[in-house]
Design a protein around this ligand. Sequence first.
Ligand code: 2U9
Length: 359
Amino acid sequence: MSDPTTDIAAIANRFETEIGAAPDLAALDDVRVAALGKKGEISMMMRGLGKMSPDEKKVMGPALNGLKNTVAAMVETRKAALENAALDAALASETMDMSLPVGRKTGTLHPVQQVMEEMAVIFSDMGFSVAEGPDIEDDFHNFTALNFPPGHPARDMHDTFFMVPDAEGIQKVLRTHTSPVQIRTMMSQKPPIRIIAPGRTYRCDSDQTHTPMFHQVEGLVIGEDIHMGHLKGCLMDFISAFFENDVETRFRPHHFPFTEPSAEMDVRYERDGASIKIGSGDEWMEILGCGMVHPNVLKSCGLDPEIYQGFAFGMGVDRLAMLKYGMPDLRDMFAGDPRWLSHYGFGPLVQASLESGLS
Ligand code: 2U9
């Protein structure tokens, strides 16, 4: 009778050859099942241990266990090699030459981004710089410093998103306007100040004309001799430059907590079929809010209202983008549909400028 351990070595050799020859993962798995599966050759041999004499078991038990472990290890090694080879092949066939010129499908600049850049170009030309601040604000910068005293009803009108209070019980908010940026600027910079603050703002409001996240551009000018005439001239010039057209405007008294006096600016417009023409016509449309900075706001920022005055304004970018570029529905703006973006988006490599045209 032949030595059973010699047979085991022969079986190990045979499986080694089959495993090494398996051309892919599926073929390798067939070999594994044939050896180690429930009815595989090695599993069946191990089942036979029960019928052996104690002496035979002593020899064959460890030998068969060794065979099982050796074949399992060979399968794992071959599997890793086949997986690596598959990855190498995929990497070789899917290479991308990053130095090639961009193809037909480039991304586009969102109209809101385009409009914010156009505004920055117009205001830079008037000597403004761009200021930014955090989207998550504290109560002082978003409300108190802007002359919204605690408990004031105007706070409720802002439909504020409140954050979960932190360990010290301080509750921050998602800024409801970009005005806290101007507060931060006044507290850290000495006048004269001439800034615009573009950015995202948030209010818990969602319907046909409101999205919970929207964009504003606000502006602030502070000096020692700033008056309402500066405000009117600046905003009239801005609107004509923005609509690339002479635009007739009017100012109506209004109320904001942070400005006194306050006004809203309307522009003339007319309907031309389904589209709207801004600049002339028989109808008026509200386009922005503005006013002289309230003395309480100046005081909150450590400025003496007897020495300094200024004007401020705020406008909704999303609505201005719709008016200028004719998008019919506000909600499509932030749906992320690539067809909408390729239709209304702007070339990412074209910079808005007053010389070459804004849009
Ligand atoms: C400081 C002082 C005053 C910013 C202003 C408005 C008027 C205004 C709205 C326009 C459309 C918001 O997006 S909208 O709903 N804004 O009407 N904003 S004055 O006044 C400030 C800001 C900061 C320190």
